[in-house]
Design a protein around this ligand. Structure first.
Ligand SMILES: [Zn+2]
Length: 396
């Protein structure tokens, strides 16, 4: 069996691909406010990752760029070296050289976050386009938060004198439906899909790094400085930027930018259409970054008081622990004396697995359930399955 992807050209700005997986058809649609590449190349990264998880080979009917095909095989091998349980599919596709084509701009993915603002400002001289995606950290079924985020991104692009490319895609559903963990395996492939679709306009796309090499959080990840460039093609280079900087370095770099302080958006919950909720781990983490860097009071989009009480009962995923440690280490290294905040960060790092579970359940019941009942049911079912699987493996 093989995952088969066939391209359906709906229009200049809209492209669909039908993935046949285990005899079932799954359609992904990506659209933009600009024309899109019509070859099979942009479908290589998501196709490879899905084939790895579903343990099948990959067959594309549309021609792909030879450099992208070779790079996709290297990306597959790197992901397999990180996650040996994943299959290493063969990739079959007709090949067509595209390296002599147009596309002279330089794009940067722009969510409005700390990493994105840092990379945009650091590379301001060469960036010609910002790329905003509706469908990755913003659920494509929720228009309200996106409208505000889109308006903010349009203002940033206008003030910088660059173009804003807006993408809408339901690609994330392909991955979640077929068992790919968005963060650990699929995220970079999804970004590469968008970047490669924009090759008629761009020669290079910058992905803002979310980790730095010297803080211990540069672990295998779906978007990683060693992985993302492998998804490049003969006429579009994908690079990661910002791995040299911690979040606090980045906060320091952007705190004097009025543009960043007026538009910074870090929240990915966006409950009730909030720009930043000011209460979730990501918002609070960033408030602390800015506080340490001496810029919190300049930021117009986040509260200026760190909610210590809330930190004590806030659910923090294991992936976010290095960021709490980074903040605590930076406070100590810089001699910032704030006993209350220091103690709150230390309490998070000292949590036992049992305390973590209790806070996770509390978050699900008190904060998620009243807002999105269906999400709660899904998360609870997932959690109960994990607990049951853990118990049976311990009793085996
Ligand atoms: Zn938030």
């Amino acid at each position: 069996m093989a995952v088969q992807a066939s391209i359906d050209l709906v229009g200049v700005n809209v492209i669909k691909s039908v993935f046949s997986i285990d005899g079932k058809h799954f359609t992904v649609q990506t659209s933009a406010n600009v024309s899109l590449d019509r070859s099979g190349t942009p479908w290589l990264p998501p196709g490879v990752v899905v084939a790895m998880t579903t343990e099948q080979d990959l067959e594309l009917d549309a021609p792909v760029d030879p450099a992208a095909l070779s790079g996709a095989e290297q990306a597959r091998d790197l992901l397999h070296s990180w996650y040996p349980q994943l299959h290493t599919p063969s990739v079959v596709a007709p090949v067509i050289s595209t390296s002599d084509r147009e596309g002279g701009g330089v794009g940067c993915f722009f969510s409005g976050g700390l990493d994105a603002f840092y990379s945009v400002l650091e590379n301001r001289a060469e960036i010609t386009h910002l790329i905003l995606v509706h469908g990755f950290d913003i659920d494509p079924r929720r228009p309200k938060p996106y409208e505000r985020i889109s308006a903010g991104a349009r203002e940033v692009a206008a003030e910088m004198g660059v173009e804003l490319i807006e993408i809408r895609t339901d690609l994330q559903f392909l991955h979640t439906r077929h068992g790919n963990n968005w963060g650990s395996t699929a995220h970079g492939a999804a970004l590469a899909h968008v970047a490669l679709l924009l090759s008629p306009h761009l020669r290079k796309v910058i992905v803002a790094a979310s980790g730095s090499y010297d803080t211990g959080n540069m672990t295998p990840h779906g978007s990683h400085p060693d992985l993302d460039p492998l998804w490049s093609s003969g006429n579009l280079e994908i690079v990661q930027d910002g791995t040299e900087a911690h979040r606090i370095d980045k906060a320091e770099a952007i705190k004097d930018s009025d543009l960043a302080m007026r538009h910074l958006r870090v929240c990915n919950l966006n409950w009730d259409g909030d720009y930043n909720c000011g209460k979730c781990e990501k918002c609070i983490r960033t408030m602390i970054n800015l506080y340490i860097a001496g810029g919190l009071e300049r930021c117009e989009t986040l509260p200026h008081t760190i909610p210590i009480e809330r930190m004590n009962r806030m659910h923090v995923t294991s992936g976010a622990f290095p960021f709490a440690k980074e903040n605590l280490d930076a406070m100590r290294a810089r001699g910032i004396r704030d006993a209350e905040l220091e103690a709150a960060l230390q309490r998070i790092l000292d949590r036992t697995p049992r305390e973590q579970r209790i806070l996770e359940y509390r978050w699900l019941l008190l904060e998620v359930a009243p807002r999105v009942p269906r999400v709660l049911i899904g998360l609870l079912v997932q959690r109960l399955r994990t607990i049951r699987a853990d118990r049976s493996s311990h009793s085996a």
